[in-house]
Design a protein around this ligand. Structure first.
Ligand code: SF4
Ligand code: SF4
Length: 239
């Protein structure tokens, strides 16, 4: 009865090897890339001080910040169904990023800034497509996409903005804050960075294709009528 939702139309359950990993035999797959990526995020504490005589203490509130990511059982279900991994082998993937949050959020760790800088590199947090598939698949409260959003928040709070992903998130937010909707001409330029000349030049072919297809947004961007309500919401959130 618990597995009823797994039944196909003809009342069968299909068992397949995990995805995004090379099958070895029957249902067995090669977990090597999975473990390599876990190791890449340095899944161990790099503490602030010398070891104390006993254990390092955390308050219950501090532990709550890493409670969910600590529940990961390394099953690989999220890795199997991650949409970014299907097209990009270099993406760290949901399990490694959930593990990374376990240490980014740890009050006893001394390398938070270095960690979020590393995780903001290509293949890291900003390459996630926000599809949420990993959350659907995760059998534990680890819920990788929720952990990825937490790392993004820490990266932005720590001023790690010098990358396309962070610039895009900030540009997106500022556009909504200013006008209540997205300025689709401005966001790609701000995401790329005003001084990133090769990046800006790479936008030209896309712009030309959009022009030919009649998809270029209006040059003059207009605010929505309720923009004052949007500004009020942002103001309340800022307080
Ligand atoms: S939300 Fe991100 S990490 Fe999770 S499955 Fe989608 S692309 Fe992968
Ligand atoms: S699905 Fe959940 S428990 Fe399994 S590896 Fe991914 S984060 Fe860990």
């Amino acid at each position: 009865r618990q597995g009823e939702h797994l039944l196909d139309n003809d009342d069968t359950i299909t068992l397949e090897p995990l995805g995004n990993m090379k099958p070895i035999k029957d249902l067995a797959v090669d977990f090597t890339p999975f473990w390599d990526k876990i190791n890449k995020v340095k899944p161990y504490l790099e503490p602030k001080d010398e070891p104390p005589a006993k254990e390092r203490h955390q308050s219950p509130e501090e532990f709550l910040l890493i409670d969910d990511s600590s529940t990961c059982i390394m099953c690989g279900a999220c890795y199997s169904d991650c949409n970014t991994l299907e097209v990009d082998d270099d993406f760290l993937g949901p399990a490694a990023l959930a593990k990374a949050q376990r240490f980014v959020g740890d009050s006893r760790d001394s390398k938070t800034l270095q960690r979020v800088q590393d995780l903001s590199e290509p293949g890291g947090i900003w390459d996630c497509t926000h599809c949420g598939e990993c959350v659907e698949r995760c059998p534990k409260p680890a819920r990788p996409f929720d952990r990825i959003k937490e790392i993004m928040t820490v990266a932005l709070e720590k001023g790690v903005h010098n990358n396309n992903g962070a610039r895009h998130a900030l540009s997106f937010t500022n556009s909504v804050k200013r006008s209540g909707n997205l300025n689709e001409n401005r966001i790609p330029v701000e995401s790329m960075g005003f001084f990133n000349i090769p990046g800006l030049l790479s936008l030209i072919p896309i712009g030309l294709r959009m022009l030919l297809k009649g998809k270029v947004p209006p040059i003059i961007h207009h605010s929505i009528e309720e923009v004052d309500d949007v500004k009020r919401i942002f103001k309340e959130l800022d307080q």
